[in-house]
Design a protein around this ligand. Structure first.
Ligand code: SF4
Length: 81
């Protein structure tokens, strides 16, 4: 499911005002997320290239649902609308 043809997630966004710096996302996907100087998660360059499974797991692990995932057309994939 994580091969390029099946890839659905093409944009990753952290809503800074929702992030509490719990860093679960960093633990789950250290290549996609890191904490900045204010202890708020930022999306690393090329985070979108991580597998859908990994990005979804990271987003689901966020205690405040601060991570939003979008497909190629900009439709929100997670959290589900
Ligand atoms: S898991 Fe959520 S609250 Fe924790 S650092 Fe990542 S985005 Fe912020």
């Amino acid at each position: 499911m994580s091969d390029k043809q099946n890839k659905k997630i093409w944009k990753v966004v952290v809503k800074r005002d929702a992030c509490i710096g719990a860093a679960t996302c960093v633990v789950v996907s250290p290549d996609a997320f890191e904490l900045d100087g204010e202890n708020i998660a930022v999306v690393k360059p090329n985070a979108e290239l991580r597998s859908d499974e990994e990005l979804l797991m990271a987003a689901q692990s966020c205690p405040t649902a601060a991570i939003f995932l979008y497909d190629e057309e900009g439709n929100q994939i997670f959290p589900k609308l």
